[in-house]
Design a protein around this ligand. Structure first.
Ligand SMILES: *[C@@H]1O[C@H](CO)[C@@H](O)[C@H](O)[C@H]1NC(C)=O
Ligand SMILES: *[C@@H]1O[C@H](CO)[C@@H](O)[C@H](O)[C@H]1NC(C)=O
Ligand SMILES: *[C@@H]1O[C@H](CO)[C@@H](O)[C@H](O)[C@H]1NC(C)=O
Ligand SMILES: *[C@@H]1O[C@H](CO)[C@@H](O)[C@H](O)[C@H]1NC(C)=O
Length: 437
């Protein structure tokens, strides 16, 4: 009661001032019809924005949604829109793709509400204003286009991208899936989401499903934490009319990381048909508390023959890899150069691994192994610690195929994957208690 009274007193004191300064509540790119709402949800809510919200509630038609009390205002022009937005008090709600450009140009709090992205269109969030929060609300959908452009581009400094409770980002993968992924068939968006965030950025609580080929490309990014995501491509496990009996989805990597630094992926589940996480270049990348289900495991590579071929300081830890081809792996490309330095997998529980529990191989060419390793990519400083669990009877627990002299400083401690057969290692870890029989 006392709190409410204090709040009302504050309100009485501030309302007249606010109204005098800004007779129209926070406006944002009204010329293109973006709906502007005053809201109380922003973390850094100022007295002014709170007051604005409360006032508008009492003076206009109010629409109330889940966690937010919002009030819709009508179109109007206001030269103070940017200031109001920057104060954290105004949210621009986008309900049609045509509103995205103006919203990203002028708003730092954007809600994408049940957005239907039409064909031949990328949801362009690539140049968000510094400090912007984008909230996906409701269901975000994508129409089919026979093209190879990405479907969502995200970039900017100090960005927060989040999902409202119950929201879903659905890539409509079924429209592209033909069992061939990026190896043939229909022209497909190579990545569903390209992420180039910097500063101190955060992606959280997104539920993403049915992406066409690879899901995330995290490239030229830094200082970004990804937490609480669910990537669910389980609908692509079953064959469809176009896939000739193969799983409909293919090459459906969860997170491809390249040329990026200081990245944390945590508390996330990936259900897919290819690498759960694949790091091909960059440094200081941590993957923790991740569950990988159905894909190809926690991977470095393939390394070599790309614009950036150096990866260092990667940690995969406290994670589960199940129903997957591999647990932990490094693959490097035949006849190329590069460096793989200081990579650790620790506390990984694996189960139902169908190809290799642990796999390090230097013989990849055109996406497959040749059987003949080359030594141009230097692998130095690999730690495997507390990796336990089971492979299927037709799998190999361990497979290590290094080039001549290109592997060094492998430390394998408490590695125990059982159930598979015919381990094969042409390089023995320099320390630890590892036995490749
Ligand atoms: C995306 O939008 C930004 C402005 O926010 C613009 O500079 C850029 O050219 C757009 N990208 C594409 C591919 O249209
Ligand atoms: C590595 O990245 C993390 C974020 O995941 C960051 O907190 C840490 O400071 C970075 N370490 C260095 C040495 O830059
Ligand atoms: C083992 O994993 C495969 C996918 O590699 C899956 O099809 C199968 O159902 C899994 N088996 C069990 C018992 O979960
Ligand atoms: C080994 O890893 C498992 C997770 O796979 C974890 O529960 C356990 O605590 C770890 N053991 C040690 C000694 O760290």
């Amino acid at each position: 009661m006392a709190t409410i009274q204090l709040f009302l007193l504050a309100l009485i004191a501030v309302v007249p001032r606010v109204l005098a300064q800004s007779p129209i509540f926070g406006q944002c790119v009204p010329s293109t019809g973006v709906t502007t709402t005053a809201t109380t949800t922003t973390k850094t809510t100022s007295t002014t924005s709170k007051t604005t919200s409360t006032t508008s509630k009492t003076t206009s038609t109010t629409t109330t949604s889940k966690a937010t009390s919002t009030s819709t205002t009508t179109k109007a022009t206001s030269t103070t829109s940017t200031t109001t937005v920057a104060s954290g008090g105004t949210t621009c709600t986008v309900t049609a793709i045509a509103q995205v450009a103006s919203a990203t140009a002028s708003c730092t709090a954007i809600v994408l509400s049940n957005l239907a992205v039409p064909s031949s269109t990328t949801l362009n969030l690539s140049k968000l204003k510094t400090g912007t929060t984008v909230t996906f609300a409701g269901k975000t959908t994508f129409a089919f286009t026979d093209w190879d452009s990405d479907l969502i581009d995200i970039g900017g400094e100090d960005i927060t991208i989040q999902g409202a409770a119950g929201s879903v980002i659905d890539g409509n993968g079924q429209a592209w899936w033909d069992g061939q992924g990026s190896n043939g068939g229909a022209t497909k968006p190579d990545h569903f989401i390209v992420l180039k965030t910097t500063g101190t950025s955060l992606l959280q609580n997104l539920h993403i499903q049915n992406w066409p080929v690879h899901c995330f490309e995290i490239t030229s990014a830094s200082g970004t934490t990804i937490t609480g995501l669910t990537l669910d491509n389980s609908a692509g496990n079953a064959p469809n009319a176009a896939s000739g009996g193969l799983p409909a989805a293919h090459n459906s990597d969860g997170f491809d990381v390249s040329g990026s630094t200081n990245i944390l992926i945590t508390d996330t589940t990936v259900i897919n048909q290819d690498d759960c996480v694949a790091v091909t270049s960059g440094s200081n990348i941590t993957v923790s508390n991740v569950v990988c289900d159905g894909g190809h495991g926690l991977s470095i590579g393939s390394i070599g023959g790309k614009s950036n071929n150096d990866v260092s300081d990667v940690l995969f830890t406290n994670s589960v890899v199940k129903n997957s081809q591999n647990g932990a792996r490094i693959k490097t490309n035949s006849g190329t150069t590069g460096t793989v330095t200081n990579i650790e997998w620790s506390n990984i529980q694996v189960s139902n691994i169908s190809t290799y529990g642990i796999d390090i191989q230097q013989d990849y060419l055109n996406g497959g192994p040749t059987g003949t390793p080359t030594n141009g990519v230097i692998i130095n400083g690999i730690t495997m610690s507390n990796i336990t669990g089971t492979a299927t009877s037709s799998a190999q627990n361990y497979f290590i195929l290094c080039g001549s002299g290109s592997c060094s400083n492998f430390d394998f401690v408490n590695v125990a994957i059982t159930g598979g057969k015919d381990d094969s290692c042409n390089f023995t870890p320099t320390s630890g208690n590892f036995k490749c029989t």
